[in-house]
Design a protein around this ligand. Sequence first.
Ligand code: SF4
Ligand code: SF4
Length: 166
Amino acid sequence: MVVVQRRELTFWERMYLPEIVRGLVITFKKMFEPRVTRQYPEQAMPTTAVTRGQPRLTVKDDGNIACVSCGLCEAACPAYAITIDGKETDRFIEREPERFDIDMLRCILCGFCEEACPKEAIFMSNELELANTTREGLVYDMEQLKRSTSTLQPRIDYVRKINDRW
Ligand code: SF4
Ligand code: SF4
């Protein structure tokens, strides 16, 4: 038969004092460390060019939308979030969207639309916030999706840099 010899606890160990002191030291140290709690929404999430927020459509400097309504992003979207109807134009670029909707409730922010687009017409913006009181209100139409090139420039530069690697 094996007899387990238990060590006798010292007086201080029986009082749990070392553990209490150690715990208080940790608490005291943590009081002086930088806080990680963010006071949202007053304190917005920091974003960078790498942030993959909601997709937005590029409007060129001449005021025309960059999209030529090719439908590649619609085909690439795994969530079936994009709906496009194209129309003819009088400009050199023959087509543009008549309707371009993104159902933001379906969008999973995967960025496939950005990758599929041959015209640098859709980019993942740094816009993260999404709220509405109705489902219909979260189906964004073309006017809600349009952003100037300068607004999307940091992301455009980042995507170009990534693509240059290949
Ligand atoms: S980010 Fe992904 S899910 Fe959202 S619209 Fe683009 S392809 Fe679809
Ligand atoms: S892939 Fe680009 S050009 Fe083609 S429909 Fe989508 S946004 Fe427009």
